[in-house]
Design a protein around this ligand. Sequence first.
Ligand code: GLA
Length: 421
Amino acid sequence: MSLNKPVSETAAVDAEAEGMARAFAQRFGRPPARFYRAPGRVNVIGEHTDYNQGWVMPAAIDLAVRIAIAPRSDRRLRLASAQFEAIASFDFDGGPVPDSDGGVAAVPRWARSLAGVARLLEAGQGPLRGADVFIDSQIPVGAGLSSSAALDVGFGYALAAVNGITVDPTALALLCQRASHEFGGTRCGIMDFYIACHGRAGQVVELDTRTLDARWWPWPGQLSLVACDTGRSHDNATSGYNQRRAECEAAVVRLQQWLPQLRALRDLNAADLDRYAPQLDPTLAARCRHVVSENARVAAAAAALAAGDFVRLGELVDASHRSLRDDYQVSCRELDLMVEICRRQPGVYGARMMGGGFGGCALALAAPAAVPELRRRVMREYPHATALVPEVWACTPAAGVGAWAIGESATQDGVDAGTTL
Ligand code: GLA
């Protein structure tokens, strides 16, 4: 039973946890020992800046991945998910192991970065015991709400906890990012992992992704964070995401001939950009323009937030979309359309595509009173133009990874006092 929550919410959480416990028992023939949750995220502004060592402004949200786990006495990991059919089964001491049907289950794609998280955790900590794990996600996959980072972080946290390891949130974020690079196929930045680990209820963070210096801002109650899913799924591993990153790195190498101190596009200022852009390939120049202007917009957005100037904040969010669409070229017809629909709704201050792009969600900043009509408008106008089914969530900034539901009181006491990651 969860503590410090309204009775109705507690009852709902307990019912969900019991459902997960049943699903766990069906797969593994025994009950889970503990439950954890890791949140998805929205990003107010600062898109495609993190792998350029720039600034971002995400918030963890109240949609989360839930994990039920029970430790094993051997070194096998068995992973099951409510969203995917195949059980992933592998062993710390070898590769994939025969599954219960006697076949050899290769690690399915959804579980590859989890295998990486497990291996990296063990590389840093010494031998780990295995676990049976059941995962159920409220975060739609491919919607740009960072379901995969939540999965990696939640799993890493849970596996560490049942091994008696107290996890430093930043170390866990960096470990999961590395697993995604080495095992998951995406050379993503730190943003999604950082916020899944560090999220705070009611706050957004202005994060310097080079130094990981964080300034937390209370998110105003008069402004809803509305995620509008285009229904066009995206996948950073197979979209143009890695290519954009490579283009930015190529631009840095080129610019270093004039600016030898430049380490990343984060170090490029507007004056130098104007000066050297004509000598760059036009595509690279456009990529640089987005990153330089987007970094400036994050700082301006923090100032607008501090001043309570939602109109200015909305303008910056709109400008971010134009830059992502025209200079960075990571939008698509569906995202542009969703943004236009949001912008037509009175009470919406600004809207833009969010996350890696090429599909997934747009984010609208809206007065709470405008949200029901915004939802109706999206559900009416968007399918008409695309034949896709949209979805709308009004998100609330939420806490980062932690214990969940009926395992909460047990884990909060620190089950196995262990080493620190
Ligand atoms: C994805 C990546 C993040 C970030 C965004 C774009 O969500 O995982 O690291 O690069 O795209 O801002």
